[in-house]
Design a protein around this ligand. Structure first.
Ligand code: SAH
Length: 398
């Protein structure tokens, strides 16, 4: 039986929890500081001792837990969780019916009513990601509930929290029938090789589905493309399928080369007609500038933080400079797709970065369209960090 700890909260904070706020910050109560056990239930109470809402204790970035109900009779039981997952599945019927898309998010943390966990579907395999030890403590009920809500062939997992300083498991298999990877999934009719048991990433970032489709249908025909921080080349594959003259994919990781070749090949694209470079994006920018290479379409999708041999890149500090460099390689009339999944700033701030970069380079621009998370990645309106994805299509005018 999981223990319950009562937390009396300040009068001024009561209203937001009555209204559905889910995030439990460290600052909510000094009691949280002293709590040693993750996974315990946290009953938020008014100063008079009236029950407001129930959450669980789990450490995650700045958070110390998540509220999941305002009903005092509700706990994280298999029955309650099965209903929660069934509701999430119900909201995704369009995706289930879409034969061209077999990989998408089934459950998106606080956006679907329980923070600290996400569940993705790759064909009939589920990938559960645990963002704190606290939610992981409830895994038995969660996995039972998932199996009851949806017939999965196998469940794999990623632990996105530190356990004794260790991040990555040697084996991410959890339940069901072991699968031989890579498997092929489809997204908008495009094939992707995916491996759910090979380190922290799977081969595809599912939240960019709409952006990729937009690139294929509107921005690729007859164009030259530079895909910076390309990973397995997902944006390049869509551009090539959309009729791009040539794509150039640049990523530092050695594995990006065979993985990108595999993604092109899975879609019948001759990878030898494309350019795939294993190198630092910033070195590639220097190289391209020296050789006067320019592009019609430049995709920038860097990680929030990255440490390479020479430098530390942080989206927060370095995005403006990144854009400025990309700008110099973009043809007039060309388009930059600037993307970030960093939750520490919002779209407004991101647009300020864009403004500053173009101003610094004395260039003019027009924002053509913007994207955030697709419908299978719902966010929690009351918690703006959950609205993390920002993608802006910018046309360079002069
Ligand atoms: N745009 C990709 C996802 C990018 S993930 C997609 O659509 O799938 C971030 C990638 O940036 C990783 O593959 C990592 O290897 C790469 N990376 C990080 N720092 C880099 C650098 N300085 N130069 C090139 N690639 C870098």
């Amino acid at each position: 039986m999981t223990e319950t700890v009562e937390i009396k909260i300040d009068h001024r904070l009561v209203k937001q929890y009555y209204e559905g706020y889910q995030h439990i910050p460290k600052s909510l109560s000094p009691v949280l500081e002293d709590l040693k056990t993750e996974g315990v239930y946290l009953d938020l109470m008014t100063p008079e001792g009236v029950f407001i809402a129930r959450g669980y204790h789990g450490h995650q970035n700045k958070g110390y837990g998540w509220v999941f109900t305002r009903d005092a009779s509700v706990y994280l039981t298999t029955d309650w969780l099965r209903q929660l997952f069934s509701d999430a599945i119900g909201k995704r019927q369009k995706l289930f019916r879409d034969e061209g898309t077999t990989a998408f998010r089934l459950f998106n943390g606080e956006g679907d009513g329980l923070g600290g966990i996400s569940i993705d579907l790759y064909n009939d395999c589920a990938l559960v990601q645990w963002y704190s030890l606290g939610i992981y403590e409830h895994r038995a009920n969660i996995l039972d509930a998932l199996e009851a809500a949806y017939p999965v062939k196998a469940i794999y997992q990623k632990k996105r929290f530190r356990e004794g300083g260790k991040y990555i498991e040697a084996d991410d298999f959890v339940r069901g029938e072991r699968v031989e990877f890579p498997i092929m999934v489809k997204e908008n009719g495009v094939w992707f090789n995916v491996d759910l048991n090979d380190g922290p990433m799977t081969g595809i970032f599912l939240d960019q589905r709409e952006v990729r489709e937009r690139i294929r249908e509107q921005y690729s025909q007859g164009k030259t493309m530079l895909n910076a921080f390309s990973y397995t080349g997902a944006f390049s594959v869509y551009a090539a399928l959309g009729g791009a003259d040539k794509t150039t994919s640049v990523d530092l990781a050695k594995r990006s080369l065979p993985m990108t070749i595999a993604q092109f090949s899975a879609n019948g694209i001759d990878f030898e007609a494309q350019d795939i470079r294993v190198m630092d994006v910033f070195n590639y920018f220097d190289y391209a500038l020296k050789h006067a290479l320019t592009y019609d379409l430049v995709v920038l999708d860097p990680p929030s933080f990255a440490r390479s041999k020479k430098r530390v890149f942080s989206v927060q500090k370095d995005y403006v400079a990144l854009l400025e460099q990309a700008l110099q390689l973009t043809k007039s009339g060309g388009v930059i797709v600037a993307s970030t999944n960093y939750s520490g700033f919002d779209m407004k701030k991101f647009k300020q970065f864009i403004k500053r970069a173009f101003h610094n380079q004395q260039a003019t621009y027009k924002i053509l369209e913007t994207y955030s998370q697709p419908e299978d990645f719902p966010y929690d309106e009351t918690f703006k960090e959950s609205h993390y994805l920002k993608v802006v299509f910018i046309q360079k005018l002069s």
